[in-house]
Design a protein. Structure first.
Length: 135
């Protein structure tokens, strides 16, 4: 059962390596400008973040049968925030000036992580108010 996810992740990793290699070689032969390999690879990393964020709510199983709906909602919210952060990261690297792209893209991801931390804290506090143990 674990073979399929491992194989698909290996293929995905090889695809990333091949794309990075092709972009670097294209720049070396002056097919594309010098900043395209960096931009292309960073856009690809943003899409990886988005794809993992999209997979979070789909791949996590219920921990317990009596698991609260808040936990499932938290998982969906975290996945949504990471997906949006990944797409924002990719968009910044695609269109922002190269000198500013690193700072702006990290600000997008840091904002998403901060919002996730707030959501986790609020969910934990809501469960404590209802008397349920944190899960």
């Amino acid at each position: 059962m674990i073979r399929k996810p491992v194989l698909s992740n290996i293929i995905f990793a090889l695809l990333i390596v091949v794309i990075a290699f092709v972009l670097k070689r294209a720049a070396a032969f002056h097919v594309v400008s010098g900043d395209i390999p960096m931009r292309g690879f960073q856009v690809l990393m943003g899409l990886v973040i988005a794809s993992y964020g999209n997979a979070i709510p789909k791949n996590l199983l219920r921990i317990r049968e009596d698991e609260d709906g808040r936990i499932q909602s938290l998982r969906r919210t975290c996945g949504w925030l990471l997906t949006v952060a990944g797409l924002g990261f990719a968009a910044v690297w695609a269109w922002a000036p190269l000198s500013e792209a690193a700072d702006w893209s990290m600000a997008v991801v840091a904002t998403a992580i901060g919002l996730i931390a707030v959501c986790v804290l609020l969910t934990h506090m809501a469960q404590r108010r209802t008397g349920q143990p944190p899960r």
